[in-house]
Design a binder for this molecule. Structure first.
Ligand code: NAI
Ligand code: MG
Length: 357
């Protein structure tokens, strides 16, 4: 059955990096991937064309796609838009919400070829390969009531931390399934010594553990997890946590690898439909200069093939091709080091394509 892939280049370096990733997708078509690829507008570029960051046409295309590849959105050009609902980021948030993309997969992998990029000592970090599973559509970022109001003569700000059992269970299942496919190790991160929400979180994870006897579940408080991530990061394999803790821990884990241009991500819904994007932003400082590293976006294509398109073999081929270009010493500016060959965005794309075929 022909699958539908929607590419949303977005803003800044988005068009440059998604152009290279699209070439990789096209190469996959010649290697047996049965898919149609179309494009759409999102973010600041959509605002410029249609006055809104998420045009109906884009949303319609997104709803009917099996998978979406997004570059990045935002940039100084749109920072002065006063109506917050029209800011570029709202395009991304709108897609997550409309498609129900609750399961955010954030791998943090230290490539052996880039070991020197990490700020941690090689003996602590080499071989790092963590998968953080972050709940993306609930928790304190969305809980009601929320606001800032006057109480007893002073202003009070408040948010509400809520998770229902069913929300915890569905992200838990994503994490247990992931652990089952990897090394059978899952660490659930909470603050069950202080927050009731996470007492429930822990209970639900324990209940699920009975259904996954092949997965070894452990629990850790979030403050300790932050400490352990920096002290001995390789103790983790799959980590599951809520929206806010996941936001913070996944950025910290990602930065242990030192190379923002290398990190992909996925956001999945209950139907297995997913949006795939690099972890970095639109990098306005280098946009339009053919300097950006396209590998995070190309690795996002690999995640798409694995998690939404049931093409794990093609995914592995792309990952191997990326490994090969790193072995060959090719480096974009963000991962440059002495004695290695500096290449542009498009040259990196050329090299991955050559390695693929
Ligand atoms: P950023 O990730 O865009 O850039 C941070 C630094 O990393 C910059 O020096 C940039 O040049 C470099 N960098 C990022 N990606 C790179 C790549 N592929 N290759 C080489 N170097 C790369 O984060 P920043 O500067 O905080 O945000 C810039 C804009 O991006 C803002 O408008 C922000 O709102 C937006 N943003 C969008 C995201 C998204 O669409 N998912 C996520 C994060 C930021
Ligand atoms: Mg973040």
């Amino acid at each position: 059955m022909t699958r539908r892939i929607l590419v949303l280049p977005g803003d800044g370096i988005g068009p440059e990096i998604t152009a290279q990733a699209t070439r990789v997708l096209e190469a996959c078509q010649t290697l047996g991937l049965d898919a149609e690829i179309e494009q759409g507008l999102v973010g600041g570029s959509a605002y410029d064309a249609h006055g809104v960051p998420l045009p109906d046409e884009t949303l319609d295309k997104a709803r009917s796609a099996d998978a979406i590849l997004l570059g990045a959105v935002g940039g100084p050009k749109w920072d002065r838009i006063e109506d917050l609902s029209k800011r570029p980021e709202k395009g991304l948030l709108g897609l997550r919400k409309e498609l129900g993309l609750f399961g955010n997969l954030r791998p943090a992998i230290l490539y052996p070829q880039l070991a020197e990029a990490s700020t941690l000592k090689p003996e602590v970090v080499s071989g790092l390969d963590i998968m953080i599973v972050r709940e993306l559509t609930g928790g304190i970022y969305f809980g009601q009531p929320r606001g800032i109001e006057e109480r007893d003569g002073q202003r009070v700000g408040f948010n509400t931390y809520v998770y229902s059992e069913s929300e915890i269970e569905r992200i838990g299942r994503v994490a247990f399934e992931m652990a089952r496919k990897r090394n059978g190790k899952l660490c659930s991160v909470d603050k069950a010594n202080v927050l009731e929400v996470t007492i429930l979180w822990r209970e639900v994870m324990d209940r699920l553990a009975a259904e996954y006897p092949d997965v070894e579940l452990s629990h850790m408080y979030v403050d300790n997890a932050a400490m352990q991530l920096v002290r001995a990061p390789r103790q983790f394999d799959v980590v599951v946590t809520g929206n806010m803790f996941g936001d913070i821990l996944s950025d910290a884990a990602a930065m242990l690898t030192g190379s923002i241009g290398m990190l992909p991500s996925a956001s999945l819904n209950e139907r297995g439909q997913g949006m795939y994007e690099p972890c970095h932003g639109s990098a306005p400082d280098i946009a339009g200069q053919n300097l950006a590293n396209p590998l995070a976006t190309i690795l996002s294509v690999a995640m798409m093939l694995r998690y939404s398109l049931d093409e794990a073999d093609l995914a592995a081929r792309i990952e191997a091709a990326v490994g090969k270009v790193l072995d060959d010493g090719l480096r974009t500016a963000d991962i440059a080091s002495e004695g290695k060959r500096r290449v542009s965005t498009s040259e990196m794309g050329d090299a991955v394509l050559a390695a693929l075929s």
